[in-house]
Design a protein around this ligand. Structure first.
Ligand SMILES: C[S@@+](CC[C@H](N)C(=O)[O-])C[C@H]1O[C@@H](n2cnc3c(N)ncnc32)[C@H](O)[C@@H]1O
Length: 256
């Protein structure tokens, strides 16, 4: 399983501009009400501002390092009374309450479940933790055939160059390794290189970043198999209908 161990310290820096989905999740959190469960909450990119907006949040994540960043933000913003963080896998997590009004798995984190067995275990468990009438939202990358058909073992290409608050320079690279069409997994790698102000390399890490892709009707069947009713499929956070090109954002509901 991907643990994001070495990614945590850079995660918020890389995703500092990622705000497009916040309004979308805030609208649903307001519509369904508290408490809200975020699976694979990471550093709290969404969880922390949702708690700041008054939503009672529980976050589950597999990476203690990602959670440590989240915990720091929760403490600094004095949100501890509204936030519960749990270190566990979304496949077999356990919580003391079973009355969540909304659960969500944002930023394609469901793609880190690498088998149908794990996907179903996660969905079954989440169904149990929702109250009747509660909703589950999942967003995924739509499988894009052009990307799946890439030649294997691509060289690294630079995705971003930026300056860190400590004055160091950070370069992020990634590369496609291979596609396994049977397991529906795309294997890729991320690489970070941190340089000091003199240009000397002070840290470097290469981490696997593999994702299992799921098709729209496959997602619908998985959800229905565990008892959810599918409400909508969107292609983006502006709620435009799914068109096979953008994201797969599904809203499902536990029947009342
Ligand atoms: C792309 S990050 C998303 C973090 C956060 N939801 C956000 O929107 O910024 C993916 C997260 O999934 C977590 N993750 C991966 N596999 C997991 C699993 N089996 N159970 C729980 N969390 C997992 C990683 O630790 C990481 O924090």
């Amino acid at each position: 399983m991907l643990k994001y161990v070495d990614y945590a310290q850079y995660y918020d820096h890389f995703h500092r501009g990622a705000i497009a989905d916040f309004g979308f999740y805030l609208d649903y959190a307001r519509q369904y009400g508290s408490p809200v469960l975020e699976l694979a909450c990471g550093t709290g990119r969404l969880l922390v501002p949702l708690a700041e907006a008054g939503i009672e949040m529980t976050g589950v994540d597999l990476s203690e390092n990602m959670l440590a960043v989240c915990r720091q933000k929760v403490e600094r913003r004095q949100l501890a009374g509204r936030v519960n963080l749990v270190h566990a896998s979304m496949v077999d997590y356990e919580l003391s309450r079973k009355d969540f009004a909304l659960a969500f798995i944002a930023f394609r984190s469901f793609m880190h479940l690498y088998s149908q067995q794990d996907q179903l275990a996660c969905l079954r468990r989440t169904y149990e933790y929702l109250r009747p009438g509660g909703a589950l939202i999942i967003d995924l990358f739509s499988p894009i055939y052009k990307l799946l058909a890439q030649e294997p073992d691509q060289p690294f290409s630079v995705r971003e160059k930026s300056d860190l608050p400590n004055g160091h320079h950070l370069i992020r690279k990634d590369r496609f390794l291979k596609n396994d069409p049977v397991l529906q997994i795309q294997y890729a790698e991320l690489r970070f290189e941190e340089y000091d102000s003199e240009g000397a390399l002070v840290a470097e890490r290469t981490i696997p970043l593999s994702m299992r892709y799921t098709f729209r009707y496959e997602m619908q069947l998985l959800l229905e198999k565990v008892g959810f009713e599918v409400v909508e499929f969107f292609r983006d956070y502006d709620k435009n209908s799914f068109d096979g090109v953008g994201e797969i954002i599904v809203v499902a509901q536990r029947p009342r």
